[in-house]
Ligand binder design. Sequence first.
Ligand code: HSE
Length: 436
Amino acid sequence: MHPVKIGLLGLGTVGGGTVNVLARNTREITRRAGREIQVAKAFTRDPEKPRICGTEGIDLVTDPWEVVEDPEIAIVAELIGGTSLAKELVLRAIELGKHVVTANKALIALHGNEIFSRASEQGVMVAFEAAVAGGIPIIKVLREGLTGNRIEWVAGIINGTGNFILTGMRDQGRVFDDVLTEAQALGYAEANPAFDVEGIDAAHKLTILAAIAFGIPLQYDKVYTEGITRITPEDIRYAQELGYQIKHLGIARQTPDGIELRVHLCLIPARRLLANVEGVMNAVVVKGDAVGPTLYYGPGAGAEPTASAVVADLVDVVRVFTADPGNRVPHLAFQPDALSDLPVLPISEIETAYYLRLKVADQPGVLADIARILADHEISIEAVIQKEPQEGQMDLPLIFLTHKVKEKALDAAAAKIEALPAVKAPLYRIRLETLE
Ligand code: HSE
């Protein structure tokens, strides 16, 4: 049988990794797909630029439309990122009846509803395994492996750069910017690293996971998102003293009132497997009602881990090329006319435990005043520690762990605590999840 010709949009970290994996594993991949997958054409802005892959036999073009419009190309792999040009190219490829593989989480999170609807009309596939958690086949797991379950919650470390930074700060005492620069050099970070450190990239991925897990539309604008930039080495140390690690998590939970969709730093018990996921590694825990908790672990970024997912999608597409479109696995796992309209909850309605850090004057009654305010808001305290003042400072750090409480109750208590004359800085909170 003739090889299937594919066109690559982008020949950077992921595109280059894809070419290398396809070249190195040609035989295995052909045996699996049933046909050889051949990179016929690739768009690159600068053909002279040094790159991680060879380009022999690939027609390099500097106009991406040449790839999309080429009638010989059956599958377009969109690996340029961004949501403007990428969206136009993907929609045009779909219009021309081509299948699409993409690693672009922003594109899927923001425009996936439209893209999948157009793809269904045209009877083509849009595959996006590489968009979430790099090399971990988590889309496959949720869309196919766990379809017998009602998914209760999904929680994961889904940004490799952020986890790499947190690990570097904790284990090597390095400063934030220094570790970020290394993550950029290793090809982990987004073109705009603010996406990594402000939680935007994780929110894109969580949007996709939640849609597939719960059968809801993609709703990126409803994700509550906090990044990792406000963490201090002291928080990491205090958390460890209390038996926790601080991780940046994406959490999606189905509750009777609605869906929780949130990305933020989190204390998790140090004994949890998730607490021991280090560096660029990602891990996702999925709790299904039948299977119980399951854990998926692997590299969340980097050339070949991401290429592993891109190539898996290419093979999937080639395998079902001729299958009746109506009999394919739905793009978002659930049949498009069977999506749920469960609302996404505002963060104020979410119930969780908290780590609270305060800076207070060293004087009698302060602890009692704070404890009283917490009690008045029915916030139960699990632990309190008072630390020595930091060098050159008079005020004391005071750390509380609370039991579970609605965020709006904590907001109200925080406002009162911050108004106490002895409290010298805004209360800093990190949510705490036991992941039980
Ligand atoms: N910047 C992303 C990360 C790349 O660090 O996880 C993979 O999506």
